[in-house]
Write a protein that binds this ligand. Sequence first.
Ligand code: NAP
Length: 512
Amino acid sequence: MTTTASTAADPGTAPAPTTAPTFRHFIAGEWCDSTSGQTFESRNPADTRDVIGRFQQGTAADVAMAVKAAETAARLWRRTPAPKRGEILYRFGALMAEHKERLARAMTREMGKVIAEARGDVQEGIDIAFLMAGEGRRLFGDTVPSELPDKWAMSIRQPLGVAGIITPWNFPIAIPCWKMMPALVTGNTVVFKPASDTPHCATLLVELMAEAGFPPGTVNLVTGRGEEVGDAIVDSPDVQVISFTGSSATGKGIAQRAGRRLKRLSLELGGKNAIVVLADADLDLAVDGILWSAFGTTGQRCTACSRVIVEQAVADDLLARLEARARTLRLGDGQDDATDVGPLINESAVEKVERYVDVGRTEGELVTGGTRATDGELAHGHFYRPTVFANVKPMDRIAQEEIFGPVLSVIPVPDYAAAATAVNQTRYGLSSSIFTRDVNVAFRAMRDFETGIVYVNAGTTGAETHLPFGGWKETGNGHREAGHAALDTYTEWKSIYVDFSGRLQRAQIDNQ
Ligand code: NAP
């Protein structure tokens, strides 16, 4: 059987050529076949005739083997000095830098984002590898004075054991690195299940990890369906922590199951990110930020801007500029440097956008876009025109629900107070931004917006790896990726007291 969730529904795709390479799981340091004996295909979303390869259709039995390998490896890895672990991360980062162009091209081919953005995605992976390599020589704990004489008090971080890493397709190098680098440097081992739309990127990444020198079993790759491989990882009693990025619906299901085992769980979920444009803003700069945030990665970033909340006084002006610029965006294969907007990931993503555009026609005014793009070569891929709706209200469905495509709602409001209310009138809370020249209002926005990330005079996307990344409300469950905060997901704190007085000293009693 050769099917994949992403391409099985594609009508009219050519049958896979028999020459498409077959890739394997990576378990206990060996490349191996699935116990299922089955594979699935990954295809290029810009041209679905292009089959990238066949990948193992993993099973719960495969996961059990990978977890066993990870558990065994964890015994040695946790005792490997952290600076030594960090050196391997450093080598991995250097290898990624060496192979950056190859990884970026493979990414564009497999999930469609334009090549400049794919290079940025790989760069994010490199950045977090180097940042976390440095953590091997830090991993700071607290050393504090004891309240008693001749007593030492300190805290250290210790690894949890085996980390289950479940990732989406939209940042197929950066997100696995955001998760695996802190997990590994702190002494955990990993079982990695990538999205079924991007198994090739995951395989290339793990090949480089093996080359960098991670010992056998520290990094294990199992490809296959979320409901089979993902479920088995979440349900395994021998996986101590799950780090998941994906949709809120999947994340909630995982939270229920992980909760039954009181398993550590980091969730990074959906977004409905807003850019506020006030009347005093530099409108050209705002339009640059909006286009980059709304249509970059074809609107398929968790931090994508899908709502522009504009002060009424400049709404018409902003809309006219947005429409003019959105119409000129060039759709095409992201490997072509002239392309501004690549394809959506798969047919079901296009259908979801179509459903929401139908809703949008009843809620706002369609300004531009609103159709599939099928001219010439585009007919072979999953292309949709950048779409803008005007006069949307804050509680309309297209302003509330995550569409995950190139669809932007423009919401007029009377003033800053109404804008701030609208920003927060959503169940998500990942990223937000404000364009204004008034420093006082900018600081109010930094205080008022209920999101994990706030930008001033920039779009909603562009996080750097050395600050925490994550969202409020239903975007997550309070954990953060990147920065020092990422270490909290993968470690337990241990507080240690050493009494060198030679007598019994009772805290809170003998010092009163
Ligand atoms: P998804 O459908 O939830 O899939 C994410 C991952 O979960 C995939 O590897 C998927 O495997 C797996 N999965 C599916 N069902 C599962 C189950 N029952 N148990 C365990 N794993 C399961 O999300 P997506 O469409 O790939 O990604 C888009 C979503 O991710 C958007 O909502 C976006 O906002 C969010 N996202 C959030 C962030 C953030 O940091 N907040 C970053 C990027 C993306 P299969 O591929 O095999 O189905």
